[in-house]
Design a protein around this ligand. Structure first.
Ligand SMILES: [Fe+2]
Length: 380
C-alpha cells in the first residue's frame, strides 16, 4: 500500500458574482489589505473597483508583470510595510497571485526572495487569492514561482504558510480573458493535472482529481474558447484549474514545467502554452514507465487504449494533438517561436540541475531531454 499525505487548507468559494459581496465569503483578515495585481486585468475586469468599493481602506500595488521577478516582490513587500498593510489579496492571473504570496512572506520578515528558496520562515501575512484566469491553480498551492533576476531562471518559494486562506472563484471575472490567455491558462491546468498524476510524489487523492481535470479541460476548454461569455464553461474551467492546483500542491510538477520555463524565459511563450507544447514528447517517455497512468490520461482525454507502453504512447500523442487541433494551436513549438539551435544548450543546463528530476518518472538522460525539446519543436 502506498503512503501519502494530502493537505489543502485553502477554503474555496466558487460562485458566480462572488466578489460583489466578498465578506459574505469570509470576514476581513486584518485592518488594511494590500491588493496585489497587474496593470491590466484587475482594471479591465472591473474587479479592482468592486473590491475597493467594499474595502475603501485597501492599498493597491499594481506593478506585477507577467512572470513576476524577485525585485518586484521585494519592492511590493517594502511598500506593504510602509503603508501598514496587515493582510494581502492577490487579484489576477498566476503572476499577481504568486507575487502576492512572496510579498506576504517578505513583508513581515524582510530580506530578499533568494534568502528563502532553500528554506522559508513558517509564517506569512494572511492571504486571499482571486484568480481572473483559469489555469495556474496558484490559489490553492503553497508555491510562488518567481524569476530570479540574477540567475535569469525560475525559482520557487514553497511552504505551508503560502497557501491562501481563501480562494474566490468568480466565473464572471474570467469571461473577458482574451482567447490566447484562455487557451494558454487552460492548457496549464491540463499540464498540471497530467504531470501530477505521473509524479513520483503523486497521491491517491490527487490521482482522482487529475483525471477529472483532463475530462473537464477536454469538455470545457474548447467551449470557453469558442463562446467566451459562456459562464458555465468559465466556471468549469475555474473548477478544473483549482483541482489542478490541489493535485500539484502535493505532487509538484515534473520535467514538462522545468523545460517549459525555458520556452517562456527565452522565447516569451506563455507558460501554459509552453507546457502544452512539451506534453506529447514527455508523456511518450512517461508511457514507458507508467503505461497504466498514461493510458488513463489518454482515456480521460477521449482516446481509449490498452495499458501497454506503445499503445499508451500512441494514444496520449493522438489525444493531445486532437485537443490542440480543436483549439487551433499548432503542436510544433517552432511555430510559437522556439529556435532549435538553442535547444541542446537548454538540455545540457537542465540535465546539470538534478533538482529538476526529483518528481520525474523514469531516469531521463541528457539525450532524452534534448529529444523532448526537438520533438516538441517539430510537433512530433
Ligand atoms: Fe503551471
Amino acid at each position: 500500500m502506498k503512503t501519502y499525505r494530502y493537505r489543502v487548507p485553502t477554503t474555496v468559494h466558487l460562485k458566480e458574482g462572488a466578489i460583489q459581496n466578498l465578506f459574505a465569503c469570509f470576514p476581513p483578515l486584518g485592518r488594511r489589505p494590500l491588493i496585489v495585481c497587474g496593470h491590466h486585468s484587475a482594471r479591465t475586469t472591473g474587479a479592482l473597483e468592486v473590491l475597493l468599493r467594499q474595502m475603501p481602506e485597501a492599498i493597491v500595488f499594481e506593478d506585477v508583470e507577467a512572470n513576476p521577478s524577485d525585485t518586484t516582490c521585494e519592492r511590493g513587500a517594502a511598500f506593504c510595510r510602509q503603508r501598514g498593510c496587515d493582510w494581502i489579496m492577490g487579484l489576477g492571473g498566476g503572476s499577481p497571485i504568486d507575487a502576492a504570496k512572496a510579498i506576504a512572506l517578505l513583508a513581515p520578515h524582510g530580506g530578499l526572495c533568494r534568502d528563502y528558496y532553500a528554506q522559508a520562515p513558517d509564517t506569512a501575512l494572511p492571504l486571499v487569492a482571486i484568480p481572473t484566469t483559469a489555469g495556474t491553480g496558484s490559489e490553492v498551492t503553497p508555491y510562488s514561482v518567481l524569476v530570479d533576476t540574477t540567475e535569469k531562471a525560475k525559482r520557487t518559494l514553497r511552504g505551508e504558510m503560502l497557501f491562501p486562506r481563501h480562494a474566490i472563484l468568480d466565473p464572471l471575472l474570467t469571461v473577458s480573458m482574451p482567447r490566447a490567455v484562455t487557451i494558454a491558462t487552460g492548457l496549464d491546468a491540463l499540464s498540471q493535472g497530467m504531470e501530477g498524476l505521473v509524479s513520483r510524489f503523486s497521491t491517491e487523492v490527487g490521482d482522482v482529481l487529475a483525471l477529472e481535470v483532463c475530462r473537464l479541460v477536454k469538455q470545457w476548454l474548447p467551449v470557453a474558447v469558442q463562446a467566451p461569455e459562456n459562464v458555465e464553461a468559465r466556471g468549469q474551467m475555474l473548477h478544473a484549474a483549482m483541482l489542478s492546483g490541489c493535485v500539484i500542491a502535493q505532487s509538484r510538477t515534473t520535467l514538462v514545467h522545468s523545460l517549459g520555463y525555458y520556452y517562456t524565459l527565452e522565447f516569451g511563450i506563455a507558460h501554459g502554452l509552453a507546457n502544452a507544447l512539451l506534453l506529447a514528447p514527455v508523456f511518450r517517455y512517461n508511457a514507458r514507465h507508467a503505461p497504466d497512468k498514461v493510458a488513463a490520461l489518454a482515456a480521460a482525454l477521449g482516446v481509449r487504449c490498452p495499458a501497454t507502453p506503445d499503445a499508451a504512447a500512441g494514444a496520449i500523442t493522438r489525444a493531445i494533438h486532437a485537443l490542440l487541433g480543436e483549439l487551433g494551436v499548432s503542436p510544433a513549438a517552432e511555430d510559437a517561436g522556439v529556435r532549435t539551435d538553442r535547444l541542446p544548450e537548454f538540455a545540457a543546463q537542465i540535465y546539470q540541475d538534478r533538482s529538476r528530476f526529483t518528481t520525474q518518472p523514469g531516469d531521463p538522460n541528457e539525450e532524452d531531454v534534448r529529444q523532448f525539446f526537438l520533438d516538441s519543436a517539430e510537433g512530433a
